[in-house]
Design a protein around this ligand. Structure first.
Ligand code: AMP
Ligand code: MG
Length: 527
């Protein structure tokens, strides 16, 4: 039953279907434990000392029907720090497992995320509100359930930046400082220190992950698995009709297709997730769990931002499509007890390859300003990527400059600012000239009207992305007490494809000081 709350204007309709329709844990509260035959546990956020709202997403407040008065209220800070519940909120942590770095890790669950409830907005959309960093849950294992300010700023900003780039993602409503310290050993080198804590309220139609399906399956809890899949289809994929295996197969194919499109989008904008464990993949094909993610500066398919991943580089930029597919195979295995044979699941896996290649070709056409991607265009971009890697070329700046390319005067000069190393530019200049000639010829063959080509490229090749060093500068300021940078950067990231005169400094390539600095070139999982 939807419950309505109306308190000083903050007005939500809650319809907590996950709790109502899926089996839950008989025990309430944060005592750490194995939770069997259940997909969630009731647990309250742990109150914090001094909540202070640092930032909100204007678009998310509008979607949720919150006004200016609500946002600046004391009550807003209290609710979205986890100190106060509104009527209809029924907090819980969900239970899932996952493959981490290729290995089955058993029960993981929401160790520091607590959902407040599923709200239905005025447009009838379902949005689950989830606090990240709200204190311990049964799934916190040996950790504290908290989050530091630096990682919370990164999650808050990147969620919204990705949305504005057109990349499917969980959203962020708010960033609230807790007024409490959290102790973290940032480099895992035996030097723990207190850092300021924060809570992000993230928002999505569903936070279900591949790992939600893997856990009951790994335990042989086939009925729980079936209940979960039936529920996920009913709530999150209501357009899927039919029954039994056919319905399940359609669902898996759609998850596969969405995942393929998601990863193609990451590749388009130069985003590296950094921890593509199966517990960090959403069944809705949303980017989820912003941890040690990073953005490509100099084009490098071998780059991983995650220091924990530095050895095997499993989660490097160029491997993301293959890893997504590997994760889908894990999901297929997890739901296989609901199928008599493997053909339908294999077809779902095959759908990944087809959907990825279609999305990739579409992105190639958009990034190069072509009406369609032909077979030789795939080779054209492959050769460009190889050159960009060899010559250390900034991905974002290169493609943005390509939008103004003059096919009648193909020279490298308009791309000068995209090179990190002048010597490497000079060494590779002849090859770049060859490439630009090929590109010019391609543009002359089946050309789009100039204005259409430029607009297509403008929308596919953002000028402003959340470069690692930009986020770190905001964090440095915030840790010194100046929170203004958070809103400033969010404002720029709201219109990533617009020129934004006066904001060009936010489009500058990585400065030298950021090349090897923690937070800019690499990130630990400590958060
Ligand atoms: P991640 O690598 O961030 O996706 O996290 C993997 C697992 O560790 C998830 O189950 C998280 O909920 C849990 N986790 C991460 N950080 C904390 C923390 N500070 N307290 C409790 N659980 C955590
Ligand atoms: Mg996670």
């Amino acid at each position: 039953m939807p419950g309505t709350s109306m308190l000083q204007g903050m007005n939500f309709d809650f319809d907590n279907r996950l709790l109502a329709e899926l089996p839950g844990d008989a025990e309430t509260g944060p005592r750490r434990r194995e939770v069997r035959h259940a997909l969630w546990s009731r647990v309250s956020p742990t109150p914090v000392a001094a909540p202070r709202t640092l930032a909100v997403s204007r678009e998310m407040t509008e979607i949720l029907g919150l006004g200016e008065v609500d946002i600046v209220s004391e009550q807003f800070a209290q609710v979205f720090a986890g100190n106060m519940l509104l009527p209809g909120m029924d907090p819980f942590a969900s239970n899932y497992g996952g493959h981490q770095f290729g290995h089955w890790a058993g029960q993981l669950g929401d160790g520091r995320a607590i959902s407040l409830g599923e709200t239905i907005n005025a447009a009838g959309q379902r949005w689950e509100l989830q606090l990240k960093g709200a204190g311990p849950t049964p799934y916190s294992r040996s950790a504290d359930g908290r989050a530091v300010l630096r990682s919370s700023i990164r999650e808050f900003l990147c969620s919204e930046a990705m949305h504005h780039l057109g990349v499917p993602t969980t959203r962020a409503l708010s960033l609230v400082a807790t007024g409490e310290d959290v102790v973290r050993d940032m480099f895992y080198d035996g030097h723990p220190k207190p850092e300021p804590g924060a809570v992000v309220c993230r928002v999505a139609p569903s936070f279900l992950r591949f790992g939600h399906f893997e856990l009951p399956s790994s335990r042989g809890e086939v009925e729980v698995l079936r209940q979960l899949l039936d529920f996920a289809i009913r709530r999150d994929f209501p357009h899927l009709q039919g029954s039994g295996e056919t319905l399940y197969a359609d669902w898996f194919t759609e998850v596969s297709t969405r995942t393929a499109r998601l990863v193609a989008e990451w590749m388009r904008v130069g985003f590296v997730h950094g921890v593509m464990n199966t517990d960090n993949l959403s069944i809705l094909g949303l980017t989820i769990d912003y941890g040690p993610y990073g953005w490509i500066d100099a084009y490098d398919p071998d780059w991983t931002p995650n220091t924990t991943d530095a050895g095997g580089r499993r989660y490097r930029f160029g491997w993301q499509p293959a890893v997504a597919r590997w994760n889908l195979v894990r999901l297929a295995q997890a739901i296989s007890p609901l199928f008599a044979g493997g053909e339908a699941l294999q077809a779902g896996i095959d759908a990944f390859g087809a959907a990825y290649s279609a999305a990739d070709r579409d992105n190639i056409a958009r990034k190069l300003g072509l009406s369609e991607c032909r077979d030789d265009d795939a080779a054209l971009i492959r050769d460009l990527h190889a050159l960009m890697q060899a010559a250390e070329v900034d991905m974002t700046l290169w493609f943005r400059a390509l939008m103004d390319f003059d096919a009648d005067a193909p020279t490298l000069t308009p791309f000068d600012h995209a090179f990190y190393d002048a010597a490497k530019r000079d060494t590779h200049a002849p090859q770049f000239h060859d490439w630009l000639q090929r590109y010019a010829a391609r543009l002359r063959d089946a050309p789009l009207p100039a204005a259409d080509r430029r607009e297509k490229m403008r929308l596919a090749n953002p000028k402003y992305v959340l470069r690692n060093y930009l986020a770190q500068q905001v964090i440095d300021r915030a840790e010194a007490g100046d929170m203004a940078g958070i809103g400033e950067l969010l404002e720029v990231m709201r219109r990533p494809c617009d020129e934004q005169p006066g904001n060009e400094r936010f489009a500058a390539k990585r400065p030298d000081w950021a090349r090897d600095r923690a937070g800019c070139s690499m990130l630990s999982c400590s958060s």
